[in-house]
Design a protein around this ligand. Structure first.
Ligand code: ADP
Ligand code: ADP
Length: 231
């Protein structure tokens, strides 16, 4: 599903060059639950942005669902992001004046569904995160964990091939973080492909495979034999 071959990303700042990623080759299959882990500055965001089609590598190739992303135009990239990827952010990124249902339905406008189709699909997505009873609430009427569940429902609503979660528990307390990790485990059990970016070792260990980055390189990439189970 995801195949990167020797991708590098350099940033030029004045006459300095930063090698944010150096010749990264990874392969992620449908249904995997992977964490990109590593200290600040190790290249996690850069790798996630490339995998999420928000950025393109300076060299190397990236194939998503057998399509060469590295050579797509801006329009093709935008289209791929909308159809193939569900984004979840640390800061939730919800529209404050819109209800939970309207927030979840947002990606469906771009996809061209009618209003009633959007409402049905958004309601179903809210049910999948056990939040259907809060559909009319605005973000400020919901707890942090509930807001993140709305954001996860929005990520799921288009039935993307991959869920990309950037520090999804970064703004949540420990108990609420466990609830969100439980939800990810459920989504994984249902066959969703999940990639989570985290600098927290404890959170990374909820994933079934951990890819650890350091200085733009893969330090190690292994199956997690001790998957955390939230209580
Ligand atoms: P992480 O997400 O692990 O903290 P990043 O991918 O954000 O790491 O950063 C990797 C390296 O690339 C760091 O040295 C960072 O300073 C550099 N970097 C990231 N984005 C930019 C940018 N837009 N311009 C210049 N350097 C950048
Ligand atoms: P960081 O992890 O560096 O704090 P974010 O996780 O907020 O940054 O966002 C990562 C990148 O994704 C940013 O370049 C941002 O502009 C972009 N982005 C945020 N939301 C979306 C979206 N819904 N669709 C496409 N790109 C987005």
């Amino acid at each position: 599903m995801i195949e990167t071959h020797a991708i590098s990303r350099t940033y030029k700042m004045g006459n300095q060059t930063v090698n944010a990623l150096q010749s990264i080759s990874i392969s992620i299959n449908k249904g995997e639950y992977v964490a990109f882990m590593g200290p600040s500055g190790s290249g996690k965001s850069t790798l996630m942005n490339i995998v999420g089609c928000l950025d393109t590598p300076t060299s190397g190739t990236y194939m998503l669902n057998n399509k060469l992303v590295s050579e797509m135009t801006e329009n093709e990239l935008a289209d791929t992001r909308n159809k193939e990827i569900g984004f979840v952010f640390q800061t939730f990124n919800l529209l404050p004046r819109a209800s939970a249902l309207e927030n979840v339905a947002l990606p469906l406008i771009y996809a061209g569904y009618s209003k009633s189709e959007r409402e049905d699909m958004a309601m179903q997505a809210l049910e999948n995160v056990s939040l259907a009873d809060r559909y009319h609430h605005k973000p400020n009427e919901l707890s942090g964990g509930q807001r993140q569940r709305v954001a996860i429902a929005r990520a799921l609503v288009n039935n993307p091939s991959i869920i990309l979660a950037d520090e999804p528990t970064g703004n949540l307390d420990t108990k609420t973080s466990y609830d969100i990790m439980n939800l990810f485990q459920e989504l994984h059990d249902k066959g969703n492909t999940i990639i989570m970016v985290t600098h927290e070792d404890d959170i990374a260990h909820y994933a079934h495979r951990i890819i650890r980055l350091r200085d733009g390189l893969i330090e190690w990439d292994r199956k997690n034999d001790n998957v955390n189970r939230a209580k």
